[in-house]
Ligand binder design. Structure first.
Ligand code: SAM
Length: 164
């Protein structure tokens, strides 16, 4: 199974290119109930278990204002994924789809995203949320307000105007 890193029938891997460092920093880690990829939900649910976003000390001040939003978008690094498959067979039945038409964790840059419900905040930079689907210890990349709730604070720019 791909979820345990095997290649299934009709799947295709590419030769891994020389990586270019995008300069990402992990801002913390995610604590969830799941210790195996096979037990994680395939997609988080807003009524799922409470999980912890543990933010590292330098970034905690950046949480100011998150309390204004009941839902947040969380980006995380699916660090146990293989990254070289371009065709995948989610059902393991010989039928394949391109990686960019799937939300599989197996992708060249294994970034996961989830809309989560904010349910609380503890001291020392811990956010409590529901809606995740990742392994305990998954590195945290970013937190943003849910796009559907966010109204830009900065003034509009010409490119914002509707055309056509
Ligand atoms: N919600 C995210 C998205 O759509 O971008 C991730 C969806 S992905 C299908 C979720 C699956 O990734 C889980 O069911 C689990 O099998 C796998 N997974 C979770 N945490 C992972 C990790 N840290 N490394 C690799 N795979 C992980």
């Amino acid at each position: 199974m791909v979820r345990e890193d095997e290649i299934r029938a009709a799947e295709r891997a590419v030769e891994w290119p020389e990586p270019v460092d995008a300069g990402l920093v992990f801002i913390g880690r995610i604590r969830t109930p799941w210790t195996s990829r096979l037990l994680c939900p395939r997609q988080g649910r807003l009524d799922g278990p409470v999980c912890r976003l543990e933010i590292d000390a330098p970034w905690r001040v950046a949480l100011a204002g998150v309390e204004l939003y009941e839902r947040l978008e969380v980006l995380y690094w699916l660090h146990r994924s293989r990254r070289d498959l371009v065709l995948q067979s989610p059902r393991n039945d010989g039928e394949v789809r391109g990686t960019f038409s799937l939300r599989s964790p197996v992708r060249p840059n294994p970034i996961g995203t989830a809309i989560v419900a904010r349910v609380g905040q503890e001291e020392d930079g811990v956010l409590l949320v529901r809606g995740l689907d990742c392994l305990d210890g998954t590195p945290l990349l970013d937190i943003k307000p849910d796009r559907a709730l966010f109204v830009p604070l900065a003034p509009p720019q010409p490119g914002d105007a509707q055309t056509g």
